[in-house]
Design a protein around this ligand. Structure first.
Ligand code: SAM
Length: 256
């Protein structure tokens, strides 16, 4: 694995940066609530540094995290939580040999080789009556990401991650002025208008993580609404699919 390969890139990100925003997690899983996890066995598919495991653990009976490259890091960061464990593995292939009351996957499926296949494997880990919750990037609303950021990875993809983090700080600082001025006007036609409104709700450092995450992701699939709806079309009831700040889908369903 090259130092800027898939696994190394994520391992670098989560060993250097942390996300402790409960507000964002709560919004990504809507209309499901953290309180719905009470007493349940929960799987975090693509747990990163264990940031969401820490939020879920006080509610759930048990929380298991799976990640391709960060399982050890997440275990280390959650070592004070007796009901949390982690497993290294690929969400598209792993067989944990059991089912969970809740499986959630936040910001992960679109970074896997085959998001649908990954989704189907997660669905196999949901108990009948259990809930599968995913949050993924949308094709809709992400023109500039698709047109500029993804092609630019050919240029900067092999840069040291520290340099990329410095670039993320600069870009976040450059974005700050328009976000605090022009983007405060009711000009909803401006690109990323809703998304940048969210920047104003978050600390600067958290927005740097947001920008770095976009730059750092080794591969990204941008999913159309119909893709996400088709995942839940069979084998689920009470399906919910809604846009989140114009750049992503939050989707969930109860396993039949
Ligand atoms: C953007 S981070 C999201 C982490 C966490 N879910 C969060 O929302 O903060 C994507 C994570 O997915 C993991 N990942 C990517 N592809 C994976 C795969 N095929 N199987 C398991 N984990 C994967 C990466 O290692 C990384 O930790």
């Amino acid at each position: 694995m090259s130092p800027t390969g898939n696994e190394a890139a994520w391992a670098w990100q989560w060993s250097h940066l942390e996300d402790d925003s409960e507000m964002l997690f709560r919004e990504w899983i809507e209309p499901n609530r953290l309180e719905d996890f009470r007493g349940k066995a929960v799987l975090d598919a693509g747990c990163g540094g264990g940031q969401h495991l820490r939020l879920v653990a006080p509610h759930a009976a048990e929380a298991v995290g799976v990640d391709l490259s960060c399982a050890e890091l997440a275990a280390e960061r959650c070592r004070d939580l007796a009901n949390v464990s982690t497993v290294a593995g690929d969400v598209a292939e792993i067989d944990l040999g059991r089912r969970f009351d809740v499986v959630y996957s936040i910001g992960v499926l679109h970074h896997t080789d085959d998001p649908q296949r990954s989704f189907e494997n997660l669905a196999r880990h949901v108990a009948p009556g259990g809930r599968l919750i995913v949050w993924v990037y949308s094709h809709e609303g992400n023109f500039w990401n698709r047109a500029l950021v993804e092609p630019a990875k050919q240029l900067y993809g092999r840069w040291p991650r520290g340099l990329l983090l410095a670039l993320a700080w600069v870009l976040t600082a450059l974005l700050w002025l328009p976000i605090q001025t022009v983007y405060r006007l009711p000009l909803r036609g401006l690109p990323y208008w809703e998304y940048f409104a969210n920047f104003r709700r978050l600390p600067f450092r958290r927005n740097v993580l947001n920008v770095f995450d976009k730059l750092n992701a080794p591969q990204t699939h941008f999913l159309r609404r119909e893709d996400v709806e088709s995942w839940f079309a069979e084998g689920f009831r009470d399906v919910h699919v809604s846009p989140y700040v114009g750049v992503s889908w939050r989707a969930s369903g109860t396993r039949l």
